[in-house]
Ligand binder design. Sequence first.
Ligand code: XIL
Length: 345
Amino acid sequence: MGALALGCARPAPSPVPAPPALRTAFRGVFLVGAALNAAQFSGQDTLGAAIVKAQFNSITPENALKWASVHPRPRTYDFAAGDRYVAFGEQNGMFVVGHNLLWHKQTPRWVFEDSTGTPVSRDTLLARLRDHIHTVVGRYRGRIKGWDVVNEALEDDGTMRRTPWLTILGEDYLATAFRFAHEADPEAELYYNDYELERAPKRRGAVELVRRLQDEGIPIAAVGLQNHDRLDWPSPAQEDSTIDAFARLGVPHTSESNPFGDGLPDSLQQALARRYAELFASYLRHRETVTRVTFWGVTDRDSWLNNWPVRGRTNYPLLFGRDGRPKPAFAAVVRTAPTRERRDD
Ligand code: XIL
């Protein structure tokens, strides 16, 4: 017979538990990351750095490793910021991502031109690309765990984006960039990253592109779904079918999440919270496929959407407000996490 002990003392009222950190809530499900600016990883922004350390287990450099930052002139590499970024990640036990090796933006003009301003030959551009990728990836070999190798190579209609990369090198420039990155660090995960893949024509183009790379034996570890989400787009069904399309190719997906509204009265705070919950529910339905969810920024103060598509327009897309405090959307996201996965840090 079992004994039941009945205590007489009234239990102390249990304090309302603080919500777990994002990285704790989703441990064992997927990594939760943030894109960092220099002030955060160099320590000037102490509030931002503290939120990053408390909440995230993966980081991506917002600008520090882009071509224009790291390789501004033909024979000049500047790794000051990149080194600080990687050190910050290592000190805090983060999964450290590199972003990005080949893009049509934030790439200096000299890359594509000779000293007279004439477009360079295919061989010259290949040599420059090889040198760039070998030098940058090689420097952080074994420390940066995953690289966005090629960024945004597709037009909205799913055809190859008309960039100097395409014009000068031809369509196989993607495979070439992945090969160079693999040579420079055979252990690093290599990703293709693009936005609005929820739109059917672009998604078809991306699926085709990934399939071609796979057919050529290119080790592509994941597709970065750069989600330029809005409050009303994409629908959960579109998100689900997009993730499914890449899951069928056997490539996991990492997500860069960035929903936004146009000003936040309470009704919009709540709408943003519901929207985030709906998106995370979709990611969770695909937890076997989604390996990482990265927010493009930490607090609303740092969001790139304050300057894009309209310079200087205040935006409110992230989980932490300008004061660093969690918004209702933070709790809404944490509530989506499967309870049994929650553990203490
Ligand atoms: C953005 C940065 O957040 C801004 O600071 C910078 O001025 C422009 O680039 N797609 C990408 C990111 O792949 O690199 C971009 O980052 C946002 C869109």
